[in-house]
Design a protein around this ligand. Structure first.
Ligand SMILES: Nc1ncnc2c1ncn2[C@@H]1O[C@H](COP(=O)(O)OP(=O)(O)OP(=O)(O)O)[C@@H](O)[C@H]1O
Length: 655
C-alpha cells in the first residue's frame, strides 16, 4: 500500500453518526473502538531466537494501531459495507464484532445471534473430507448433529460440491471452501450475518448465488448484514450503508452509494491532501454534464485505436500512408511531422503481422505510397507485404530501413526533405525538436503542433551524447530554432552553444512534473510563440499516462480538430486535481473532452469529474447554463459516458 495515503475524514462523520439514529433496533454498536497489536520490533528468525530474546528481556515490542477510534451503528435490516484498501483494518473490525478479538479501547455491543464468515477454512480440518467438515464446522457454529443431518443435503446442494464430498478438503480450491463455509453459515437464519472474504474468493456464478441468498435473508428475514469486500460494485449493489476505513481511521461514512463513489475515485490513490480535497469537491459538485460534452475513442487495441483515429481524420483516398510499429514510441513521434507534410495517417502494426483492422483501413484508404518506418527488426517484411497486398495495385512501399530509433528519426527527416522536393509540398518547419527518450508525454502533447507545422523530432543517443549525424542535421542550415526537451545532463549546454554558433537558437522546455510540462506545452501551442502556429483548443483529448500507445498516432486528429492532449493518471490525485484546475483555467475555451482508451483507462467517474470541470468553466464563462433545474443526484445521473461519436461530430464541425 502506498505510504502517502490520506487518512483524514472526508465529509462530516459526526453528522453521519447523528443521522444514523432512527427507530430500528441497534444490532451492532461500535463505539470508539481501537485495536492495538504488539509486534516484535526486531526480526527473529526462529522460535529459539524468540525464546532467548524473551528470556534475556531483550524482546522489544512496538505497538501497531490497526484501528483508531472507529464508531458506527448498524441497525436491524441494514446491510452495512466496510471498504478500505489492503491492511486498512476491515477484517480486524469484523473480528471484533464477531467476538474473536477484544478491542484495546472502546466497546462493541452486539444484539442478536451472529453467523460469522470470517476466516475461511478456520473451522475446517483440511485433512478431513468435506462431509466430515460439514459436521465439524456445524458443531463449531453450535449446530447439533441432528440439525446438520436434517440440513446436510441443503448445504451440499447450495455449495454444489456433491461429487467431491468424500475428498479431503486440502484438495479443494479456495472457492470450493468458500462455498461450503457460506452454505453452512447461512443454513440457519442468523440475526446478524458477517461476510468477509467469502464473496471475493468464489467464482462469479457462486458469488451471484451468495448475493441472492443474502438478498433473500434480508428481504424475508430482516437479517442484518455486515460485508467486507474489495469489490466496490458488490458493496454498492448489496448495501444501504457503508464505512470506509483507511489505515485504521474512519475516512467516510454514509450511504453505500456515496461512500463507494468516493472510494472509487479516491480509494488507494496517492496525492496531496489539497489535491484530494479538490477532487472530492468536484466529485460532489451537482453540476450535470451534458451528454455531448464527453466522448471516448477506443479500439480493441492500440492498432484499432489508431485506425479509429485515422477514420475520424477523413484522410483523402489515394494519398500516402505511414506504417509504424505499435511497440516503439519514438519513431511514431518522429513521424508526426512527416504525417503532416504528406497529410498521411500514421497506422500502427505488430512486428510479425499486420492486424486485420489495419489491413482493412489500408484497403479503404487505397494509398499510392506506404512509408514503412524501420527495418526488419521493427516491422517484418511480411508486414510490408501484407500492407502492399491490402493497398491498391501499384502502391509503392518505401521503407526507411533502420532498426535504431535515433538514426531512424534522422532518416525520417532526410526522407521528408526529399519527399517535400519531389511532391512539391511544404517541407520541414524552421523549428526542430531534440528530445530525451523519456519525454514521450511531452512529444504526445506536442504532436498536433508537430503535424501542423511539419516539425521533425531528433533524439539523443544517451545521457549527454548527441550523434554527429543528428548534430549535423540540426546545425546544417535547415533550422533557426531548436526546442529542447531535457535538462543539461541529457542535452548539454555545450551542444546548444554549438547550435547557436550555427545560427540555431534553442530553448529548453522543462516542467516541474509531467503534468506541468503538459500544461506548458499546451500553452506554447496556443500562444502563437511558434512561428505560423497558434492552435486553438476546443477539445481536450485525455490520454492515460499508463497507456500512451493509444495516442501514438493521434497528432493528426488533434491538429485537424483543434484539440490538445491532456495527460492524466486517474489513480494519482495530484494529476486529477491538476487536470481539473487546468480545465478551469482555460476559462470556457475547452468545449469538449475525448477520452482515449476503454474503461480500463478511464472509469465513468473519471470522465464525469473532468466533464464537470469543463461544464463549470463554460458556465463561469457565460457559455452554458448551469442546468441547475436539471441537476440530478449523482447516482441517477443519466449521462452516458460511453458514447464514442461526439468527437467525430466535432471533427465534422471543425473541418
Ligand atoms: N494478530 C495481528 N497481529 C499483528 N498485526 C495484525 C494482526 N491482525 C492484523 N494485523 C495488522 O493489522 C492491519 C489491519 O489488518 P486487517 O486484516 O484488519 O486489514 P484488512 O483491511 O482486512 O486487509 P485486507 O483487505 O488485506 O484483508 C494490518 O496491517 C495487519 O497486518
Amino acid at each position: 500500500m502506498p505510504e502517502n495515503i490520506n487518512t483524514t475524514p472526508l465529509g462530516d462523520i459526526e453528522r453521519e453518526l447523528a443521522a444514523a439514529v432512527d427507530d430500528r433496533p441497534v444490532m451492532v454498536d461500535v463505539d470508539h473502538v481501537s485495536m492495538v497489536f504488539n509486534m516484535a520490533s526486531q526480526q527473529l528468525n526462529s522460535l529459539k531466537e524468540y525464546a532467548i530474546a524473551l528470556a534475556k528481556r531483550e524482546l522489544m515490542f512496538k505497538e501497531f494501531r490497526a484501528l483508531d477510534g472507529v464508531s458506527f451503528t448498524v441497525r436491524k435490516g441494514d446491510v452495512f459495507g466496510i471498504l478500505g484498501t489492503n491492511g486498512s483494518g476491515k477484517s480486524t473490525m469484523l473480528k471484533i464484532i464477531a467476538g474473536v478479538l477484544e478491542p484495546t479501547e472502546g466497546t462493541c455491543s452486539i444484539n442478536g445471534s451472529i453467523a460469522p464468515l470470517i476466516e475461511l477454512g478456520a473451522g475446517f480440518d483440511m485433512e478431513l473430507t468435506a462431509r466430515e467438515n460439514i459436521f465439524l464446522n456445524g458443531a463449531l457454529l453450535g449446530y447439533s448433529k441432528k440439525f446438520i443431518q436434517q440440513h446436510f443435503d441443503e448445504i451440499v446442494d447450495f455449495a454444489e460440491v456433491e461429487k467431491f464430498l468424500d475428498m479431503p478438503m486440502k484438495n479443494y480450491s479456495s472457492g470450493m471452501v468458500a462455498r461450503i463455509a457460506f452454505a453452512i453459515a447461512t443454513v440457519i437464519v442468523p440475526e446478524i450475518l458477517i461476510v468477509d472474504e467469502v464473496l471475493s474468493v468464489g467464482d462469479f456464478m457462486f458469488q451471484q448465488k451468495c448475493e441472492r441468498r443474502i438478498t433473500q435473508l434480508i428481504k424475508e428475514h430482516d437479517v442484518t448484514v455486515l460485508i467486507v469486500s474489495h469489490n466496490n460494485d458488490q458493496i454498492e449493489r448489496l448495501c444501504n450503508k457503508a464505512i470506509w476505513i483507511e489505515k485504521g481511521h474512519t475516512r467516510m461514512m454514509g450511504s453505500a452509494a456515496d461512500v463507494c463513489r468516493a472510494y472509487r475515485v479516491l480509494g488507494g490513490h496517492v496525492g496531496s491532501a489539497e489535491s484530494e480535497a479538490a477532487v472530492f469537491s468536484m466529485l460532489n459538485s451537482p453540476t450535470r454534464v451534458p451528454d455531448e460534452l464527453v466522448s471516448s475513442v477506443a479500439g480493441e487495441s492500440r492498432y484499432g485505436t489508431a485506425v479509429k483515429i485515422a477514420e475520424k481524420c477523413r484522410f483523402a483516398q489515394g494519398g500516402s500512408l505511414i506504417l509504424a510499429s505499435g511497440d516503439f514510441s519514438l519513431p511514431c513521434m518522429s513521424a508526426q511531422g512527416l504525417s503532416g507534410m504528406l497529410d498521411a495517417p500514421v497506422l500502427l502494426s505488430k512486428h510479425e503481422s499486420l492486424p486485420d483492422v489495419v489491413a482493412q483501413e489500408i484497403a479503404s484508404l487505397a494509398p499510392h505510397r506506404i512509408v514503412v518506418l524501420g527495418g526488419e527488426d521493427v516491422l517484418s517484411s511480411e508486414v510490408a507485404e501484407q500492407a502492399k497486398d491490402a493497398a491498391r495495385d501499384g502502391c509503392a512501399i518505401e521503407r526507411i530501413d533502420c532498426n535504431e530509433s535515433v538514426e531512424l528519426a534522422r532518416l525520417i527527416f532526410d526522407f521528408g526533405k526529399r519527399a517535400a522536393e519531389e511532391d512539391g509540398v511544404s517541407g520541414w518547419s524552421k523549428l526542430a525538436i531534440i528530445a530525451h527518450h523519456d519525454c514521450l508525454g511531452d512529444l504526445i502533447t506536442l504532436s498536433p503542433l508537430l503535424f501542423n507545422q511539419h516539425i521533425p523530432v531528433f533524439y539523443i543517443r544517451e545521457l549527454g551524447v548527441i550523434d554527429d549525424a543528428t548534430a549535423a542535421s540540426i546545425q546544417g542550415g535547415d533550422f533557426t530554432d531548436l526546442l529542447v526537451l531535457g535538462v543539461d545532463k541529457h542535452i548539454p549546454d555545450t551542444f546548444l552553444a554549438a547550435c547557436a554558433a550555427h545560427g540555431v537558437k534553442s530553448e529548453r522546455l522543462i516542467g516541474k512534473n509531467p503534468y506541468d510540462a503538459n500544461e506548458k506545452i499546451n500553452d506554447l501551442i496556443t500562444s502563437g510563440q511558434v512561428e505560423g502556429a497558434r492552435l486553438t483548443i476546443d477539445n481536450l483529448i485525455v490520454s492515460s499516462v499508463w497507456n500512451p500507445a493509444d495516442a501514438f498516432a493521434a497528432g493528426a486528429w488533434a491538429a485537424k480538430t483543434d484539440s490538445a492532449f491532456l495527460l492524466e493518471d486517474p489513480q494519482n490525485l495530484d494529476s486529477v486535481a491538476h487536470a481539473i484546475s487546468y480545465i478551469k483555467k482555460k476559462g470556457g475555451s475547452v468545449k469538449h473532452l475525448t477520452f482515449l482508451g476503454d474503461s480500463s483507462q478511464f472509469g465513468r467517474l473519471d470522465k464525469e469529474m473532468l466533464g464537470k470541470a469543463v461544464q463549470e468553466a463554460l458556465v463561469d464563462a457565460g457559455l452554458a447554463d448551469t442546468g441547475a433545474e436539471d441537476a440530478q443526484p449523482a447516482e441517477t445521473e443519466s449521462t452516458d459516458f460511453t458514447s464514442t461519436d461526439a468527437a467525430s461530430a466535432n471533427t465534422q464541425e471543425n473541418e
